[in-house]
Write a protein that binds this ligand. Structure first.
Ligand code: F6P
Length: 326
C-alpha cells in the first residue's frame, strides 16, 4: 500500500537509463516548480545506482541554472543491476527515508519505470517522466529526446545524401531505437530516404536489392536506406547489397551521436511541461503515474499501463515514406 501522501516537505529527482537531450530541462522544471510550490528538492546522482549508494545532493533554483539548452544529464545516469533485486530496492527505500525524501520523480524509459513501479508498489510514491530518444514508451505520443535525436539523424542523412548523390552511391545509415523503428521512420520520412527498414515490418534482402536496382533503372542515381538498429546490422546488410547489386555501397552507423547535443525547442518545451506536471501530480496525490503527452496536453497515466507494454508504430507513416520514395 502506498502511504497516503500529505503535502511532502522534500521530493527527490533522478535520471536513469540511456540519457536523452532535454533531461536537464526536465530536472530544471522539477526543481523550479517544486521550489515555487515551497518544497525542498534532493537530486539523486547516477539513477537507481546512486540511490542505493546514497549519492545525493540538495538542489535549489540556482543549481539548475544554465542547463535548459544542454544535452546529457547533469545528475548523470546508469543502468543498475542491483536495483533489480529486492535487496537493492530495500536499500534504496532506506536511503530515501534517511534523506527525508517523501516522493520521487524518475526521468527515463521502460527500465526506469519498471523500477519506479517497484518503489510505488512497495509503498513509496513515485511519478515517472518519459525521457528516451527511442520514443518507445507506450501511452505518450512523445518522450523527451526523441525530437532532438530525429533532427540529429536527419542532419546526418542530408550530409550523406550530398555525397551519395555526388558519387552515385548506395548509403545505408543505421540509426538507434533499440527494438523499435520510431527514429528510423521519422528521420527516413523527413529525410526523403529511398527505403526505411524498421523491426516492425519484416523485409527481404532480395526484394530490397531489386527495388534499389529498379530505382536506378528509373533514373535515380543514388539511394539512401535508413536502417533501424533493431531491423538489421547496416554493416552486414551493406555487404549483401554490394554483392548482390554490384553497386558502390557505403555504410554509416550513427550510434551515440544521436544521444547528445542541444535539445530542440520542442524537447525543451516538452521537458518543461512534463517536469512541472510531475510536481503537480505529487501535490495532487497522483503518484504511481507517468506524465504522458497527448494532443498537446500533459496527462497522468498509471505506470501499470506503461510497464511491460510495447508501443505500436504508425504504419501509415511507413506506407507514406514508401509511396513518397518512388
Ligand atoms: O535507449 C536508448 C538507446 O540509445 C538505444 O537507442 C540503444 O539501443 C541503447 O540505448 C544503447 O545503449 P548504451 O548506451 O548502453 O550502449
Amino acid at each position: 500500500m502506498t502511504k497516503s501522501l500529505s503535502r511532502p516537505r522534500r521530493i527527490g529527482v533522478l535520471t536513469s537509463g540511456g540519457d536523452a537531450p532535454g533531461m536537464n530541462a526536465a530536472v530544471r522544471a522539477v526543481v523550479r516548480k517544486a521550489v515555487y510550490e515551497g518544497l525542498l528538492v534532493t537530486g539523486v546522482m547516477r539513477g537507481y545506482a546512486g540511490l542505493i549508494d546514497g549519492d545525493m545532493r540538495p538542489l535549489d533554483e540556482r543549481s539548475v541554472g544554465d542547463l535548459i539548452h544542454r544535452g546529457g544529464t547533469f545528475l548523470q545516469t546508469a543502468r543498475s543491476e542491483r536495483f533489480k533485486t529486492p535487496e537493492g530496492q530495500a536499500q534504496a527505500r532506506a536511503r530515501l527515508e534517511e534523506a527525508g525524501i517523501e516522493a520521487l520523480v524518475t526521468i527515463g524509459g521502460g527500465g526506469t519505470f519498471k523500477g519506479a513501479l517497484a518503489l510505488q508498489d512497495a509503498g513509496f510514491p513515485v511519478v515517472g517522466v518519459p525521457g528516451s530518444i527511442d520514443n518507445d514508451i507506450p501511452e505518450t505520443e512523445y518522450s523527451i529526446g526523441f525530437d532532438t535525436a530525429v533532427d540529429t539523424a536527419l542532419d546526418a542523412i542530408e550530409r550523406l545524401r550530398d555525397t551519395a548523390w555526388a558519387h552515385s552511391r548506395v548509403f545505408l545509415v543505421e540509426v538507434m531505437g533499440r527494438d523499435t523503428g520510431f527514429i528510423a521512420l521519422a528521420a527516413g520520412l523527413a529525410g526523403g530516404a529511398e527505403t526505411v527498414l524498421i523491426p516492425e515490418v519484416p523485409f527481404d534482402v532480395g526484394e530490397l536489392c531489386e527495388s534499389i536496382l529498379t530505382s536506378y533503372r528509373k533514373g535515380k542515381r543514388h539511394s539512401v536506406i535508413v536502417v533501424a538498429e533493431g531491423a538489421a546490422s547496416a554493416a552486414d546488410l551493406g555487404r549483401q547489397v554490394r554483392e548482390r547489386t554490384g553497386l558502390d555501397t557505403r555504410v554509416t552507423v550513427l550510434g551515440h551521436v544521436q544521444r547528445g547535443g542541444r535539445p530542440t525547442g520542442f524537447d525543451r518545451t516538452l521537458a518543461s511541461q512534463m517536469g512541472a506536471a510531475a510536481v503537480d501530480f505529487i501535490l495532487q496525490g497522483k503518484t504511481g503515474q507517468m506524465t504522458a503527452w497527448r494532443s498537446g496536453r500533459v496527462l497522468a497515466v498509471p505506470l501499470e499501463e506503461v510497464v511491460g507494454r510495447r508501443k505500436e508504430i504508425d504504419l501509415s507513416l511507413y506506407e507514406l515514406a514508401r509511396i513518397l520514395a518512388i
